[in-house]
Design a protein around this ligand. Structure first.
Ligand SMILES: NC(=O)c1ccc[n+]([C@@H]2O[C@H](COP(=O)([O-])OP(=O)(O)OC[C@H]3O[C@@H](n4cnc5c(N)ncnc54)[C@H](OP(=O)(O)O)[C@@H]3O)[C@@H](O)[C@H]2O)c1
Length: 332
């Protein structure tokens, strides 16, 4: 597995990371045994970066990763780096109730995550969204204290804009910004990507398949549970969905000409945007994982890139990437 650096202050990680969210929440039911098998297959294949959030099914995802790590061979367990997001507040009924970035809350969240994961340190720790009531310096400062004490190794950021990134980087070294980036979510290119590059901060890109929309496997007749994120995501609704799936069909032609899959084209495109970008793929079965890993062998040449750009020009997607109330929490 080729490796990439998560920013200038951080260790090298596998060129693809495994995003574990869908194994516990947001994309309908997942099979626990298959999830653990997928985690083990990823570690076996050389994936070293596992991404989670303490709020993914209220700790379920961290406990799942902890279980998989305990059952993995010692060498794979040693190589694995776990990246954890915190700060999202949940209700017992599954609702979302804002963000908490107060220093005391940061330390409280970390104490529980260490226990659930069954580890003595978290490799990368980040607040999932900016808490509008707490200056980023205070939140990052609290994580920096956890770094000093050895409970956290590196500080990350998630879905924040250039101004917040600069303030955070002035407070403590930042390893990477986790943010949505894909063929149909290119909002970071104008301001955010140049800012992180100037500051030596890496990018862990999520939503590289736009939550399955541009994977080539999603169909308009797919039934989604009410708890599935996509049941409420603007890009998956009515005319928007039909328009977006037309874009996928245009990509499919390019993929077929190359003898690869649509998902591999979409992942390879993000991989090709810079060696400072590590795509997180949301595979939760070994089959999807194998497909995603296949993208590492796909090199897109100038003709491929031109064809892709023509099929899916910047801004081509219909619909925002989050419903309006959630969009209000992402800085642009
Ligand atoms: N910082 C943040 O705000 C934030 C937000 C969201 C996610 N994340 C992180 O990023 C990770 C990945 O993000 P994402 O879930 O949006 O990922 P994604 O890779 O864009 O989408 C995952 C979805 O794509 C489908 N898919 C189809 N083919 C696939 C393939 N070959 N490989 C992987 N998935 C395939 C999966 O389908 P099936 O239905 O067949 O399983 C799954 O539903 C998450 O797990 C989480 O750790 C971070």
């Amino acid at each position: 597995m080729t490796t990439r650096s998560l920013g200038t202050t951080s260790p090298r990680v596998s060129a693809l990371g495994l995003g574990c969210m869908g194994m516990s929440a947001l994309y309908g039911d997942a099979d626990r045994a298959e999830s653990v098998a997928t985690l083990h297959a990823a570690l076996d294949a050389g994936v070293t970066l596992l991404d989670t959030g303490d709020f993914y099914a209220m700790g379920h995802n961290e406990m799942l990763i902890g279980e998989a790590l305990r059952a993995a061979p010692a060498a794979a367990r040693e190589r694995a780096l776990v990246s954890v997001k915190f700060g999202a507040l949940r209700d017992p009924d599954g609702g979302w109730a804002g963000y908490d970035g107060r220093p005391a809350a940061v330390k409280n969240f970390a104490a529980y995550s260490l226990q659930r994961l069954g580890v003595d340190h978290i490799d990368v720790y980040r607040i999932a969204r900016l808490d509008p009531d707490v200056p980023i310096e205070e939140t990052v400062g609290a994580i920096a204290e956890l770094v000093e004490k050895g409970y956290v190794r590196h500080i990350g950021l998630s879905e924040v804009g250039a101004g917040t990134i600069r303030r955070a980087a002035a407070t403590a070294p930042i390893s990477d910004l986790q943010i949505e980036y894909s063929l149909i979510s290119r909002g970071i290119e104008d301001e955010i990507l140049p800012a992180v590059r100037e500051l030596g901060i890496g990018v862990t890109a999520y939503g590289v398949l736009s939550r399955g929309l541009i994977s080539g496997h999603f169909t308009a007749d797919r039934q989604l549970a009410p708890t599935d994120f996509r049941a409420h995501s603007p890009r998956f609704q009515g005319d928007n969905l039909r328009h977006n799936l037309d874009l996928v069909e245009a990509l499919r032609k390019i993929a077929e000409d190359r003898g690869v899959t649509v998902a591999q084209i979409a992942i390879a495109w993000v991989l090709g945007r810079g060696t400072d970008i590590v795509p997180l793929v949301g595979a939760r079965t070994r089959e999807r994982l194998a497909e995603a890993l296949g993208a590492l062998d796909v090199t897109l040449d100038a003709a491929d890139l031109a064809a892709i750009e023509e099929a899916v020009p910047p801004g081509a997607a219909a619909g925002e990437r989050y419903p309006a109330p959630q969009m209000a929490h992402v800085e642009r």
